[in-house]
Write a protein that binds this ligand. Structure first.
Ligand code: OGA
Ligand code: MN
Length: 321
């Protein structure tokens, strides 16, 4: 028998319904919306190691579409158990080797299915300890992930909180004229990992280097460009959301440079309003599962000498519409 891949092994090993002590009783699960927050619900009484009932996964999918992020408390999983749980909700995001993303490996041209997000040198220190500005994962790819999960293993004493932004609320709060104006616009978000690689070639000590926020037509194009709608429709709820990261290099298609950069700057300022944002204070054992189609997320910096390790699984999504 040939060796199984990690994902096949995960599903092979996962508990099944007939194992009574490994079956999650749906009646034990409570989904509690966060009060007074822009988005989010906490899920109690669910052990993600266990086999889940169909009605449970359906309920969680509906809750995700409604609350945009789900927070599972007090989990204790190895990578295989984590993969088995995450893949109830869809296929693992596996970009092709022509599109670099966070944690792309030199040997394969793709990221691992479980990405360590850490500041420990050589152990998944892709994002270091600095601030991460509000973004949607993989927005610059042809087929961005529909959602991701982050599982907190080790946390710093100070900082490192992650915020999520409700971009449906942000869209809804725009005035009608702006909505009408932007509804049919297409946006290119340039791949920051191409820019990072290029900066490193030019100057190995450059770190992340400088990113323009908007590309004017006389500026070089960095990497392949994939236009997606600026206003996205959620595939299940039908709600519209503003799909724009706040700091990446972007460009509106068929739009005047100056006017486009001003419009994008205005929308970005709007997105950053506190009423659209929920800041998560992590506890170890938390898993946050977010809908990447209708949220942004960001991270506060934390001291470099304090360790932080989360594990991320991203799920494949369809072409944005
Ligand atoms: C990510 C990410 C935020 C964090 O892994 O996609 O944005 O809090 N992480 O580390
Ligand atoms: Mn991210």
């Amino acid at each position: 028998m040939t060796a199984l891949t990690q994902l096949s092994q995960a599903i092979h090993d996962a508990p099944r319904w007939h194992q009574a002590d490994q079956f999650q009783n749906p009646a034990d699960i409570q989904i509690v919306p966060l009060t007074g927050e822009a988005l989010g619900a906490e899920v109690y009484g669910l052990d993600a190691k266990k086999a889940q009932a169909g009605e449970t996964i359906y309920r969680l999918k509906q809750a995700l579409a409604e609350h945009l992020i789900l927070i599972f408390k007090q989990q204790s999983l190895d990578d295989l158990q984590y993969l088995a749980f995450a893949s109830y909700f869809g296929s693992i995001f596996r970009p092709s080797a022509d599109t670099p993303v966070l944690a792309t490996q030199k040997e394969t041209g793709t990221p691992p299915d479980v990405v360590p997000v850490s500041n420990a040198v050589g152990q998944g220190d892709y994002t270091g300890h600095g601030e991460l500005t509000p973004h949607a994962d993989h927005q610059w790819t042809p087929l961005p992930s529909f959602g991701s999960l982050l599982y907190a293993i080790e946390l710093p004493q100070d900082g490192g909180q992650t915020s999520w932004y409700n971009t449906i609320k942000a869209y809804d709060a725009l005035d009608d004229a702006t909505k009408q104006h932007i509804d049919q616009l297409q946006l290119i978000t340039y791949n920051p990992f191409v820019r990072i690689a290029q900066n490193k070639v030019q100057d190995p000590s450059a770190g992340y280097g400088v990113f323009p926020r908007y590309r004017f037509k006389d500026q070089p194009i960095v990497g392949d460009a994939y236009a997606h709608p600026l206003v996205r429709v959620h595939p299940e709820s039908g709600r519209k959301a503003l799909w724009l990261s706040t700091h990446n290099e972007v460009e509106l298609v068929n739009y005047d440079d100056q006017a486009g950069s001003e419009l994008i700057a205005q929308l970005r300022e709007h997105l950053l309003k506190p009423e659209f944002r929920y800041e998560h204070q992590w506890s170890t054992g938390d898993i946050v599962f977010w809908d990447n189609q209708v949220t942004l997320h960001s991270r506060r910096p934390f001291p470099s000498e304090q360790r932080r390790l989360l594990k991320r699984i991203s799920l494949a999504g369809g072409r944005p519409f």
